[in-house]
Design a protein around this ligand. Structure first.
Ligand SMILES: Cc1cc2nc3c(=O)[nH]c(=O)nc-3n(C[C@H](O)[C@H](O)[C@H](O)COP(=O)(O)OP(=O)(O)OC[C@H]3O[C@@H](n4cnc5c(N)ncnc54)[C@H](O)[C@@H]3O)c2cc1C
Length: 424
């Protein structure tokens, strides 16, 4: 392939890269999509909930062709304190109607499908090809290197994930900083659909998404559980700096989460078929590098640190797809796009405005008591209210105030409320 030249080379066949390659190839651009894994999705770990609007933006009705798992119609929030758990369950069938709001997905099949869509649209897709470096000529990016081979293009799109080698080589931003990322682990656990439906109170194609708070031993982070077809995705994401300071291994925290009685009951009898760990951009808008382009190069998806985590909603794949589409539109508009063309597409497609809307939200994770004391407080307060032991109960208000005082001081409560108010 050493003499090949393309309109666009896309490095990385995750949702960002495949969306970009698809949108360009269907307009007749000569596109090369390269993936270092043996197949698209082979190296990807994700909790697995995709907000459907992103595929709709790319092409209305496209989601109907995608290997989506279950449409999410129940959202659950679980507050964990050791063996105890309080779970809020929000069910809304409307989330599953029309174009469903979100679906659980399994990345191996989603990514493979997405790359094959780009290929069917006319892109050249090559897996097992790690992009090792960039070709730079007269101050512009003119192509890429794979081993000894050089490939040239008018534009190189870096879609190589959160630890983007290409963006770093282009001098757009330095190495990943620990404060800006979370470490995620995920396990896929197989269970028959009939068991999943009975345990989660859903039928057929319906699914549940659960987040858990208080399962990370006071470390900033949380757990997640999604129902797929014939399997569950279970995982945790947390701050690596704090975990290191606490001397805790990710596997130990994850194992404790799996053994938490309310989780153990849901995964009981399941077979673990996949386990992986990955970084995830964590700090949202303030984590986006100042420059996402060089002449001849654009950066998309996790490589551009597009991610939103509100604690209840984790978004990365949808933003990856939207940014892939934005890059494609900028290239279609300008050939070799300038930064402003790409940025204006990111604005028009609502990616940057959405991230800006959540810009201060990350401050919530600065309230350390969210990860231990407040889940404990909720469990203890509700536990007291449900308790019947034949003895005369203490006055309810007095007891509840005592429960609060056991976990936080009123000064801390006021400070956290103010911090939370400002973040939201
Ligand atoms: C545990 C966990 C749970 C998550 N849960 C969710 C969720 O529920 N919902 C959600 O929306 N997001 C979730 N995310 C975030 C989501 O996974 C990412 O935002 C999304 O995958 C970003 O897509 P991308 O295409 O930019 O990057 P990636 O998916 O990381 O894809 C990058 C691709 O580039 C390839 N690559 C890397 N380097 C090279 C190279 N040098 N040459 C060639 N190819 C290369 C990789 O192999 C990979 O296939 C989660 C992340 C983690 C870690």
């Amino acid at each position: 392939m050493s003499d090949d030249s393309f309109d666009v080379i896309v490095a990385g066949a995750g949702p960002a890269g495949s969306a970009c390659a698809y949108a360009l190839a269907r307009e007749g651009k000569n596109v090369l999509l390269l993936e270092r894994g043996d197949s698209a999705g082979a190296k990807n770990v994700s909790g697995g909930r995709l907000y459907t609007y992103a595929l709709e933006l790319l092409e209305p009705g496209m989601y109907l062709r995608a290997p989506l798992q279950r449409r999410i119609v129940r959202e659950q929030v679980m507050l964990v304190e050791g063996r105890r758990a309080t779970t809020l369950d929000v069910a809304d069938p409307a989330w599953g109607e029309g174009v469903p709001q979100s679906h659980s997905v399994v990345r191996a099949s989603l990514d493979a499908w997405f790359a094959s869509e780009a290929e069917a649209a006319g892109a050249v897709f090559a897996s097992g090809m790690r992009v090792d470096g960039l070709i730079e000529e007269n101050g512009r990016i003119a192509g890429i290197r794979v081993g000894e081979d050089e490939m040239r293009a008018d534009v190189v799109v870096a879609a190589d994930g959160v630890n983007s080698l290409l963006a770093q080589q282009a001098g757009l931003f330095p190495d990943v900083e620990a404060r800006a990322v979370g470490v995620g682990v995920k396990e896929t656990i197989e269970l028959p659909d009939s068991v999943i439906n009975a345990r989660f109170g859903v039928t057929g194609e319906e699914g549940v998404a659960r987040v858990a708070i208080g399962c990370t031993e006071g470390i900033s982070g949380g757990g997640f559980l999604y129902t797929n077809k014939g399997s569950l995705s279970l995982g945790i994401v947390f701050n690596p700096e704090q975990a290191a300071a606490n001397g805790r291994q990710i596997q130990e925290i994850f194992q404790d989460f799996k053994e938490q009685p309310s989780i153990a009951a849901l995964i009981d009898g399941g077979t673990s078929v996949e386990y992986g760990a990955h970084l995830v951009p964590e700090i949202g808008y303030h984590g986006i590098p100042k420059r996402l382009h060089r002449e001849g190069m654009l950066v998309i998806g996790d490589a551009a640190r597009f991610g939103i985590n509100t604690g209840l909603v984790i978004r990365g794949m949808d933003l990856a797809i939207v940014s892939g589409l934005a890059a494609a539109r900028a290239i279609l508009q300008e050939g070799t796009p300038t930064g402003p063309a790409y940025l204006s597409q990111l604005e028009e497609l609502a990616l940057l405005p959405t991230m800006r809307a959540y810009a201060e939200f990350h401050g919530i994770f600065g309230i350390s008591r969210i990860f231990r004391e407040y889940p404990a407080l909720a469990n203890q307060a509700l536990g007291f209210m449900f308790n019947v032991d034949g003895k005369v109960p203490p006055p309810m208000l007095k007891k509840l105030l005592a429960v609060v005082k056991e976990n936080v001081t009123f000064r801390q409560l006021a400070a956290d409320a103010w911090k939370g108010y400002r973040s939201v």
